[in-house]
Design a protein around this ligand. Structure first.
Ligand code: SAM
Length: 184
């Protein structure tokens, strides 16, 4: 089992265990707040998150700052767990869809989050470059050098505008660019 499958499995297990879910989400809170600041997410933004998993903690934090956020995930089980969780938590402004980020129409969104485990990065970014608004803000989490199973930031085909340094187990920076800066 790879790291991505392990995360999927863990999230599916803990999505219905409140204390474990709360601790897991809390571990990422500071980093997500920094990312929200980096993207300057505001009320009027229409945000998309690619690969929300069964415990879409990043999107739950972002949803507190914007009108609406759409979460897509290519795994059916994660989508149904996330939908049940959001219903239980009474979070009304997050929509979860069972879709792959490699083949999606990104045109309605002006802020798009591309987390570490959303892969393959090149295909996802190509799809963003082809369909998103040119000025849409794209956030990309960069893996630590020790995390070899994810696309290294040097291989991302984009001119990266600015970044925030973060302290997480698997990623240590999140970059911001515009859709127009991605080379499709
Ligand atoms: C990105 S993480 C989970 C994120 C975390 N729960 C959060 O809130 O930040 C893993 C999820 O990404 C999904 N995923 C990976 N690649 C994807 C793709 N190309 N399109 C959609 N979902 C993807 C996996 O199915 C998995 O559920």
């Amino acid at each position: 089992m790879g790291l991505s499958q392990f995360t999927q499995w863990c999230e599916c297990k803990i999505s219905s265990i409140a204390p474990a879910r709360a601790l897991y989400s809390f571990l990422y809170k500071k980093a997500v707040m920094e990312e929200i600041e980096l993207a300057e997410v505001s009320e009027s933004d229409n945000v998309l998150f690619i690969g929300g998993g069964a415990v879409p903690y990043t999107s739950i934090y972002i949803a507190e700052k914007c009108n609406k956020i759409t979460v897509i995930d290519c795994n059916k089980c994660c989508v149904s767990k996330a939908q049940s969780l959001l219903k239980k938590l009474k979070v009304g402004n997050i929509e979860v869809k069972n879709v792959d980020g490699q083949d999606y129409d990104f045109s309605p969104y002006n802020v798009i989050f591309v987390p570490l485990q959303a892969e393959p990065k090149k295909e996802i970014l190509k799809s963003i470059a082809l369909t998103a608004d040119r000025e849409a803000k794209i956030l990309i989490r960069a893996p630590k050098a020790s995390c070899k199973c994810y696309t290294p930031i040097e291989n991302i085909p984009a001119k990266l505008e600015k970044f925030k340094k973060l302290k997480q187990i698997t990623f240590d920076k999140t970059f911001l660019c515009r859709a127009k800066d991605i080379k499709a």
